[in-house]
Structures are given as C-alpha cells and as structure tokens.
Design a protein. Structure first.
Length: 188
C-alpha cells in the first residue's frame, strides 16, 4: 500500500553504486562510503556546538534548485542510457558495458541527491518556522541537520561529476588531446 513512497530501492542503489569495479568482482569502495558518512559527523559537531545558519533562505533556494537540476540531469541520463541500449543491438556483445554501469550508478546517485535536496528543503522550512533567532539565523538541531544534508548533497555532486565525464569521454570517443583522462597532449 505504501510502495509508492518507498525510497529504499533508490538508497540501496546509491549505496551499491559505491563499489570499486577495478577487480574481477565488485568490491565496496570503503573510502567513498566513509567519506559519504562525514555529514553525520558534521551534523553531530554542529549540533554539539550550537551552530547557526545566517542565511537559511538562500540555502532553501539552493536546495530547491539543485533538486530540480538533478531530476533534469536524471532524465537526460536515462535518455542516454536508452540510446546506449539501442547502439549495443541484439548480438549479445556489449561495447558499452563499463559506460552503462557508470550511467546506472550515476542515476541512483542523482535520485538520491534529489531526495536529499527535498529532505534538506523540508528541514529548512520546518527549522525556519520553529527555531529562528531574533537575527533571523537558523539555530540548533535544524541548522545542524540542514548543514549535514547540504554537505551530503555536495559530496554526491563530487561523486557524480567524474562518472559523468568518464562516460561522456568513452561514449563519444573524445580525442586524447581533449580528454582529461590522458596526460599531456595525448594521441588522436
């Protein structure tokens, strides 16, 4: 009955995507997973210190814009994924299996980032209605929660960008002299 509200598959896909595919089997990318847990530490630190956010409205605007941008990027990504499936054909040989995996991973990260932005916006709205001080600063739990979620979104962006660029370079056969993955001028 509540399956429409079940975001667990998105979060599970996001967590599964944090693997290192350089080996014969996919191994958890422990470093990435630890880094993505840093926002929990930031939340705890800021909450313990009684930190405040001086401009929560600007952060709310940013979270809303990022949610829309990530959803838009997801639609473009899903179109590219469909195109790759068409290019591969029915012969059973996949020329783009690595790129397909990168796009699949990135899709889960984009949707998780969108969800985090929505949660961030909700935390900001609630916080701005219950814990603004006289100067208009967001304080306490809501400030710490919003800062932690915002930091998580930032980290997701950092995870997504190299994957998208790598998929772009590989799928479009970017020349070595223009690819960021080759040192120097590279070969064409």
């Amino acid at each position: 009955m509540l399956d429409r509200f079940n975001v667990a598959p998105i979060l599970r896909g996001h967590w599964k995507g944090l693997t290192n595919g350089q080996y014969l089997t996919h191994r958890p990318d422990v470093v990435a997973r630890i880094i993505l847990l840093l926002p929990v530490g930031l939340f705890g630190y800021l909450f313990a210190r009684g930190a405040s956010l001086a401009s929560p409205a600007a952060l709310l605007t940013g979270a809303a814009l990022l949610a829309g941008g990530m959803l838009s990027a997801f639609t473009h990504l899903s179109t590219l994924r469909l195109k790759i499936t068409e290019w591969d054909g029915d012969d059973g040989v996949s020329r783009f299996s690595v790129e397909r995996d990168m796009l699949d991973e990135t899709a889960a990260h984009l949707l998780t980032g969108s969800l985090a932005c929505v949660l961030d916006a909700a935390a900001l709205v609630v916080g701005m209605n219950v814990s603004l001080d006289k100067k208009g600063h967001l304080t306490g739990f809501w400030a710490a929660l919003s800062a932690g979620i915002s930091f998580y979104v930032l980290l997701i962006f950092v995870v997504i960008l190299p994957r998208l660029y790598s998929a772009y370079v590989e799928i479009n056969n970017v020349k070595g002299r223009l690819s960021g993955f080759t040192r120097g001028k590279g070969r064409d």
